[in-house]
Design a binder for this molecule. Structure first.
Ligand SMILES: Nc1nc(=O)c2c([nH]1)NC[C@@H]1CN(c3ccc(C(=O)N[C@@H](CCC(=O)O)C(=O)O)cc3)C=[N+]21
Length: 285
């Protein structure tokens, strides 16, 4: 079998078209969604992501601010900036790029972001609301995974989903969202004894472990949907997922590539969260 390639890039473009139309409409009412991105230090990978987010804002007609702070910025200075952005009316979403330098307490910074402007969905209140199934800003990558599966026309309800990885930003929340979509979910992690056996039972396999090309065809059931959340920069400079694409595409029914899979969806969900937050700030939605 040769798998269907799930194009996150294409699905992303469809969603962005809808966002652009909505933004044009809001402009008629004097509303412009605004996103602030805060980058501390000069990590090259982070620089690329931040530039991509800036470009998305520009393309979709959002207002954007990028705050580039030096690596030795103190925690107090960063908290003061977050506090200012919390109160700034033109800003509907605040994203502090992670990881932060070691001398800054990430939890403290995330907790300081206004729950309503937490477009990453990382604030404990948003996480709690996600767990109990209440309205919340959803974390972008997990929301992007669900949206990608649904918009490709693939069924989630009643399927067995296996998630490999249990991080707070991907594994845990994507498991909850899959469960919300009525999948039966198994979570695997580094201490899982029989991971290959479990993965092979998956109708939907979501991989977020951070090891390049770790999952090959031997982990995949014939016809399964494979979602690769991995984003590993190889020494060659090339980007690789957690799934060995060439091997996996021979057995899976549908599979996401890296790049061009989950990555673009993450940024699109960030924009959607910012739009939602802007509407809510103006009593819409
Ligand atoms: N507070 C915070 N929120 C984040 O959402 C966040 C973060 N910190 N820190 C870093 C990670 C990483 N991340 C990516 C998003 C999109 C692509 C993306 O668009 N990737 C393209 C390729 C880009 C390339 O070529 O490098 C693709 O997969 O097609 C990648 C990585 C968001 N992150």
């Amino acid at each position: 079998m040769t798998a269907t390639i799930i194009s996150g890039k294409q699905v992303s473009e469809e969603i962005r078209k809808g966002i652009t139309e909505e933004v044009a409409q809001l402009k008629g009412q004097g509303i412009v969604p605004g996103l602030a991105v805060v980058l501390v230090g000069e990590d090259p990978a982070s620089q690329v992501y931040v530039r991509n987010k800036e470009k998305a804002c520009h393309d979709l007609g959002f207002y954007s601010e990028v705050h580039r702070l030096s690596a030795d910025t103190s925690e107090e200075e960063l908290l003061a900036l977050v506090d200012r952005l919390n109160r700034q009316m033109s800003i509907n979403g605040i994203l502090v790029q992670l990881p932060l330098p070691g001398h800054i307490d990430e939890k403290k910074v995330i907790n300081a972001i206004s729950v309503d402007k937490d477009v990453d969905g990382f604030h404990p209140v948003n996480v709690g609301n996600l767990v109990i199934g209440d309205d919340s800003l959803l974390p972008c990558t997990p929301a992007g995974v669900i949206e990608l599966i649904k918009r490709t026309g693939l069924e989630i309800s009643g399927k067995h989903a296996v998630v490999i990885g249990r991080s707070n930003i991907v594994g845990k929340p994507v498991s909850l969202l899959l469960q919300r979509e009525n999948a039966t979910v198994t979570m695997c992690h580094s201490r899982t004894a029989n991971m290959q056996e479990l993965a092979k039972q998956a109708d939907i396999l979501v991989v977020a472990i951070g090891r390049a090309n770790f999952i090959d065809a031997s982990y995949i059931k014939e016809g399964a949907v494979v979602i690769d959340v991995g984003m590993n920069r190889l020494d060659s400079g090339k980007l690789a997922g957690d799934v060995d694409f060439e091997s996996a595409k021979e057995v899976s029914g549908a599979i996401t590539p890296v790049p061009g899979g989950v990555g673009p969806m993450t940024i699109t969900m960030l924009m959607q969260n910012t739009l939602l937050s802007a509407k809510r700030a103006h009593g819409l939605n």
